[in-house]
Design a protein around this ligand. Structure first.
Ligand code: PMT
Length: 372
């Protein structure tokens, strides 16, 4: 994919190296474009070096798939928001990445244009007020420009990460889930136009702050169930990828449990609520996708789980296989559908695996929306 990176050369350009690196890490070509009004900023030579592509000056854009205006400072944003301000002949999708100092009006509504939300402070040392969306947010917005919008108007709930079941104020039971797979599903659904609610336990990954992606942090299985049920009614699709603890301590001690005289300690555990099975039993439920983390007899266990928890699609992964399951960037998923079909996906990045899962969801959705 080819991206034109339009910059007006202002002080916010200090954020460009990280953004350019993030765009290029995804394998995208970045062509720097300096506007006629550009201040010296980072300089054409440095931008060309960072992008590995000669800077274009003068305002005419090269042929690209997506244009990114970053950082977009107050004067440029005002020009873009003026009724006649359409940029110098810009065509195709445009992602505008303002800094917070630049006011945004509702006049910013143009087909194919996306406005990044403000992000973290650009400058430290007591200098405040300059904010630009993180490189990850910009990359997601760019990817969304070229993604199929086949989930537009669809509300998708995703659960991700582990749950933590507290024993006392300092100890808890949990598992190895990082949240990568659930986040990949949430982001893929968001890029495809879905309005996403991500209910998640404590994650080892950051959630990009994107419009229409609502993150609901929880800790325990019971909290996750409450958050899922509170949101379930409004959803068209629910994808339960979280590694929910199956057991929790029967009691959570108010004070740190003392180790005593060195003898063993017996922990009484009770079952947690099964969130997927609870959704599966609802008379009106969203299109329901479950996951299954297996260590052996994957097919038999997955078939039994899909049926018992009454989900429309079950994504099973063998978490003992290297490169699959917990905490890694890739996954090998086998899909078990309600119609009895079984589809073994190859080992894929979690982002690609998420897209393949959503392809199946999208294909089934018109039917699912009509079902009770
Ligand atoms: O987070 P990562 O590090 O990226 O790892 C990804 C993953 C391995 C966690 C993910 O791919 C995965 O397999 N998620 C499901 C893990 C799991 O809990 O599997 P399970 O077979 O124990 O549960 C089956 C299904 O029931 C799951 O959809 C689970 O969310 C749900 N469940 C389980 C127990 C419970 N009390 N309530 C539930 O809703």
């Amino acid at each position: 994919m080819r991206i034109a990176l339009v910059s007006d050369g202002g002080i916010g350009c200090g954020a460009l190296p990280a953004l350019i690196a993030a765009l290029r890490r995804r394998g995208w070509s970045v062509i720097p474009v300096l506007l006629p009004v550009s201040a010296p900023g980072l300089g054409a030579a440095l931008l060309s070096d960072l992008c590995g592509s000669a800077a274009v000056s003068g305002g005419a854009l090269p042929a690209v798939d997506v244009t990114v205006v970053a950082p977009c400072e107050a004067s440029l944003l005002a020009a873009l928001q003026a009724p006649s301000g359409s940029g110098p002949g810009w065509r195709g999708p445009v992602v505008v990445v303002p800094i917070a100092a630049a006011p945004v009006t509702t006049a910013f509504q143009r087909a194919g244009w996306r406005l990044a939300p403000p992000g973290e402070p650009l400058l430290g040392g007591g200098v405040t007020g300059l904010l630009m969306a993180s490189p990850e947010v910009v990359c997601q917005m760019v990817a969304a420009c070229v993604a199929p919008q086949d989930l537009a108007g669809t509300r998708v709930l995703v659960t991700a990460g582990p749950t933590c079941e507290d024993l006392d104020p300092v100890r808890f039971l949990s598992n190895r889930s990082s949240g990568l797979m659930g986040l990949a599903l949430a982001l893929a659904a968001w890029r495809r136009g879905g309005r996403v609610t991500l209910v998640h336990g404590p994650l080892q990954v950051d959630i990009p702050r994107l419009p229409e992606l609502q993150a609901v942090p929880v800790r325990s299985a019971r909290e996750m169930q409450a958050a899922v049920l509170a949101n379930a009614d409004a959803q068209h699709v629910a994808i339960l990828c979280a590694a929910v603890a199956d057991f929790m301590p029967a009691h959570c001690a108010e004070r740190k449990i003392k180790k005593g005289d060195g003898a063993g300690y017996a922990l009484e555990l009770v079952r947690t609520p099964d969130i997927l099975a609870t959704l599966g039993a609802l008379p009106r439920r969203p299109f329901l996708v479950g996951f299954a983390a297996e260590t052996h007899d994957l097919h038999a266990h997955a078939l039994e789980k899909r049926q018992r928890k009454n989900c429309d699609l079950l994504c099973a992964n063998d978490v003992t296989e290297p490169g699959s399951g917990f905490g890694v960037a890739t996954n090998r998923i086998t899909l078990f559908a309600r119609d009895g079909s079984v589809t073994a996906l190859p080992l894929l990045s979690k982002a690609d695996a998420a897209e393949r899962v959503l392809d199946r969801v999208v294909a089934a959705l018109p039917v699912a929306r009509l079902s009770p």
